[in-house]
Design a protein around this ligand. Structure first.
Ligand SMILES: [Zn+2]
Ligand SMILES: [Zn+2]
Length: 269
């Protein structure tokens, strides 16, 4: 099997975007995120970022959209016109809506926005999501040590479905969120989605020639998590890049009938 189905070019673009996001995050005053650590809500699985008061700077958000567009156009000049069209549709009001809808991962809204304005479907959500992430990553930095993961609720900071774990240190399994970079430990034999830890209903799928990765599949909820042993990696990639370069494992899991967000499907569709 081909080790990665994502082109080098796309991986490079994602690496450049990750660098930009890191710079953007550092440029934010940490006080723009005021977490509200409501224990009852956190125990019920409400992501911390949904409870936090985040003071978004709309003109900065639009500036980030411009910087992102420029980065994309540097690699794909053919997209210059399309990205320019998208930008011309963005005013303050639309930007606020984009932040809200990106936050709740509302792909239906973005697909409709693209359709109504005759633009490629992937563009609006891609831009909005990537310009939103620095705020989520700043939130994760602030609450990393106090956010509690609840099985079935996804990332305790941003709500992204759990799908990627790394084996670290002595072989400890740590779930990493590729969206906000939050991370939290979990038992080696345990489903990230329903919490099932019965080894009889958990199986591992492996891919030939890839000793360092496996997919944990749960028979109870039909969910899966990619588990990658990064201890032997010469340089450990960020969770966003690791998630991207291991996308073939998602395909293998899905081909076998497992899902990254089991149980969420009805509410998301
Ligand atoms: Zn997250
Ligand atoms: Zn499960």
């Amino acid at each position: 099997m081909k080790k990665s189905v994502v082109s080098k070019e796309y991986q490079n673009l994602q690496k450049e975007i990750a660098k930009l996001q890191e710079q953007w995050k550092k440029s934010l005053n940490p006080d723009v995120v005021k977490p509200n650590l409501d224990q009852a809500a956190m125990s019920a699985g409400v992501p911390v970022a949904a409870l936090a008061a985040i003071d978004f700077d709309i003109s900065l958000f639009l500036q980030w959209i411009d910087e992102l567009s420029k980065l994309i156009v540097d690699q794909h000049q053919e997209l210059e016109e399309k990205l320019g069209e998208v930008r011309s549709l963005l005013n303050e009001e639309t930007a606020i809506r984009w932040i809200d809808e990106a936050f709740s991962l509302n792909s239906i809204y973005f697909a409709r926005f693209a359709e109504e304005n005759g633009i490629d479907e992937w563009i609006p959500q891609f831009l909005a999501e990537n310009a939103l992430r620095p705020y989520l990553q700043l939130t994760a930095d602030k609450v990393q040590d106090v956010a509690k993961a609840v099985h079935g609720a996804g990332c305790p900071v941003c709500g992204e479905p759990a799908r990627l774990a790394q084996l670290e240190g002595e072989g400890k399994k740590v779930i990493h969120c590729p969206r906000c970079h939050a991370h939290w430990p979990e038992k080696r034999i345990q489903c990230s989605h329903c919490g099932n830890d019965d080894h009889k209903t958990i199986q591992f799928i492996t891919v030939e020639g890839e000793a360092s990765s496996q997919v944990l599949c749960c028979e109870k909820c039909k969910g899966y998590t990619k588990v990658i042993d990064t201890r032997q990696f010469i340089s450990r990639p960020s969770s966003a890049i690791l998630d991207l370069t291991s996308i073939h494992l998602d395909f293998v899991a899905q081909e076998n009938g497992y899902q990254a967000a089991p149980g969420n499907l009805e509410t998301n569709n």
